[in-house]
Design a protein around this ligand. Structure first.
Ligand SMILES: [Zn+2]
Length: 113
């Protein structure tokens, strides 16, 4: 794995952790700051929003994922699938630095197997 990827992953994870911590500290009835319409304009924004939703789907879950990934960075096991211990592809980690599973295992987890 490229050293630059690790550096970038750590920066992203630390920023996400800060953001998610702030989010969780906010009162739940805070109105959404951005409407879906304005966010849907560009594909990259749509993707960012999907990523956001995935992280925020269950309260605190995103923070768990991000914290787990930071712990793996510290432990030197970042990029290893938690299920099969195989390598998670760099391209996946670039987009989802908190990914805990390789693509095949992610699918199995999703299917509940
Ligand atoms: Zn795996």
């Amino acid at each position: 794995m490229k050293a630059s990827l690790l550096t970038a992953a750590r920066a992203t994870l630390e920023a996400e952790r800060r953001r998610l911590t702030d989010d969780l500290a906010e009162p739940l009835d805070t109105p959404a700051q951005m409407t879906y319409g304005s966010q849907a304009a560009a594909a990259s924004e749509v993707f960012a929003q999907q990523r956001d939703l995935a992280l925020r789907g269950k309260s605190g879950k995103g923070l768990d994922l991000v914290s787990g990934a930071l712990a793996r960075l510290d432990a030197g096991t970042f990029g290893c699938c938690l299920r099969c211990a195989g390598p998670i592809p760099d391209e996946r980690l670039e987009v989802l630095p908190w990914a805990a599973f390789c693509i095949a295992c992610q699918q199995l987890e999703k299917d509940g197997r």
